[in-house]
Design a protein. Structure first.
Length: 181
């Protein structure tokens, strides 16, 4: 058989097997031992590339009016019955007055939405630590789930690179054999 066929094929198979063994060793041995460090590293990487403003930017275009209406309706409904039980006051609570109060509150909240979002973003910037949040979530994950996630993300890539590197080494060996002979 030609060394140009055998050596690259053997190199690719050896590279694939070595990558598979290294990946298995990493996922079953090293990953559980270094899970905290991995979680912290991923947390740093995520926090470096995604800010709280990035996360909340998508809320700027959301129309909150229907949500605010439902919230105000629920609050008013919960309190109206208490006010209706008060002598003399209960008779003044009519559907029209409630509707006017409700509409005024909703309108004020809708008009204040940009200011509310600005304040929400300010508080979130102060209080939300994306790095710590991601690290805590990953640290709390079961080691097998973390291993599965790493395998899904990097497994095929590691195997392909291992096979490709083995193939290149096999081609180089075939060239050396051809040059020597």
């Amino acid at each position: 058989m030609s060394p140009w066929l055998v050596l690259p094929a053997a190199g690719a198979l050896i590279g694939l097997a070595a990558s598979w063994a290294a990946l298995l060793l990493f996922l079953k041995g090293l990953l559980p031992l270094r899970r905290q460090a991995l979680a912290e590293g991923v947390g740093r990487a995520v926090a470096k590339n995604i800010s709280v403003d990035d996360l909340l930017a998508h809320l700027d275009g959301v129309d909150f009016e229907p949500h605010l209406e439902a919230l105000v309706d629920a609050v008013i409904a919960a309190k109206v019955e208490d006010f209706r039980k008060i002598p003399l006051v209960g008779g003044f609570i009519t559907a029209e007055r409630l509707g006017g109060i409700r509409n005024a509150i909703v309108r004020k909240l809708v008009d204040s939405q940009p200011r509310i979002m600005q304040e929400l973003k300010r508080v979130a910037r102060e209080k939300v630590d994306i790095e710590a949040l991601v690290a805590a979530r990953l640290s709390a994950m079961d080691a097998d789930r973390v291993g599965d996630a790493v395998n899904r993300i990097a497994g095929r890539l590691v195997l392909c690179w291992g096979a490709a590197l083995g193939l290149v080494i096999g081609i180089a060996q075939a060239a050396i054999v051809q040059w020597i002979l």
